[in-house]
Structure formats: structure tokens, C-alpha cells
Design a protein. Structure first.
Length: 202
């Protein structure tokens, strides 16, 4: 079975060159998704069954677990409610990591993936925390994914997108974004989802 280090090396690249964002993170890329399924599908299933809880012991393995739960879920299950099924587990791990100060032991480009589970949350307090945490990275240029500025102007640039995502949570006490047709099929949501590029489920 792959190790936590293999997850980190795949997602971020080798440690010696790990500094900048990757465009694959925030766009639809079937080849990238397929590689995740081939290399880490069984590992993701193990994490979903809470069989990798030992990875919560320290910063690096905890980061790998959060990436598995929060990010790989979205790559493996696009256009499927299972893409969000591990969000609460990922947020639980991120909360524990931040209480321990794990984020301060990570590179900024790694740190943002401990913060994203809060941005993905439905709870307004989690969203507020996620926006605040992401803003703490604004001085670190390498954490910005340059492809965002070319992707249908969504997100508009850098990390402004958590703030835009936060607004409908305040208005509707949930997050009626591009996951709405998948996760919220109830007719009680009367507002239109926020537009997003095809396949973008971050």
C-alpha cells in the first residue's frame, strides 16, 4: 500500500522542489484523475474507512491524510455526491492539525491544503475560519495557482475565491455552489448556483 510520503510526493512533487502550486489541482484533468484512481484508489478507500488514523500522529502524515480525504475525493468522484462524503472527516483532521500547530511546520504551498476543508464546509463559522486562514497566505506568491487567472475568470485571481464562496453561505446557511445539483437536490434552494468552469468541484 502507498505510504503517506508517496501521497505528498505525487501531489506536491519531490520535497527538494516543492514550492509552487500545480495547475492540475484546480482544473478538470481526466488523465490526472485517472492516475490518482490507479495509484491511490485503494488507499483512499482505506482512509474513508478510517484505517489510516495513525497518520494523524504528526504534520506530514496528517497533511497526506487530509489531501486523501479532501482533494482525492474530488478527483475520484467528480459529478458524484461521494466527492464530498469525506469532507467532515477531512475537517476533523484539519482542526486537530491546527490545534497542534502542524500548519506552521509546513511550507505555505502545503499549508493551504490543511485550510481548504474549512472553505469547503457548509457551516458559516468554518467558512469564516477558512477565509481567514487562506488570507494568511496572501504574502506567499508560490501558493497562487496561475492557471486560475485563465480559467473563465473563476476564481477571479489567487485566493479571492474563498471570500466569494463565503457569501452564499451567509445568505442561505449552506453552500449552494456548483455542487448544488449533486448534493442539494431539494427544491428548497431557490437561488441559482454560482457559475464555475466545467468539472471544477473545489
Amino acid at each position: 500500500m502507498p505510504t503517506f510520503q508517496s501521497v505528498l510526493d505525487f501531489w506536491f512533487g519531490p520535497l527538494e522542489t516543492r514550492a509552487a502550486a500545480r495547475p492540475e489541482w484546480f482544473r478538470k484533468d481526466p488523465a490526472f484523475d485517472g492516475e490518482i484512481a490507479r495509484r491511490f484508489g485503494s488507499l483512499h478507500r482505506a482512509a474513508s474507512r478510517r484505517e489510516l488514523e495513525a497518520w494523524r500522529m504528526s504534520a506530514q502524515p496528517m497533511l497526506a491524510l487530509v489531501v486523501l480525504l479532501d482533494q482525492f475525493s474530488r478527483n475520484l468522484y467528480r459529478d458524484d455526491a461521494r466527492a464530498f462524503a469525506q469532507d467532515a472527516h477531512a475537517r476533523e483532521c484539519s482542526r486537530e492539525a491546527l490545534e497542534r500547530g502542524d500548519d506552521l511546520a509546513l511550507l505555505p504551498v502545503e499549508r493551504q491544503f490543511l485550510y481548504l476543508p474549512f472553505v469547503h464546509g457548509e457551516d458559516a463559522a468554518d467558512q469564516d475560519r477558512g477565509v481567514e486562514l487562506m488570507r494568511s497566505l496572501e504574502s506567499f506568491g508560490p501558493t497562487r495557482c496561475t492557471s486560475w487567472s485563465r480559467a473563465a475568470s473563476w476564481p477571479p485571481a489567487g485566493r479571492n475565491w474563498p471570500t466569494r464562496s463565503r457569501r452564499p453561505v451567509t445568505a442561505l446557511s449552506c453552500r449552494p455552489n456548483w455542487r448544488t445539483p449533486i448534493r442539494y437536490r431539494a427544491a428548497s434552494l431557490t437561488r441559482s448556483p454560482i457559475p464555475s468552469p466545467d468539472g471544477l468541484v473545489r
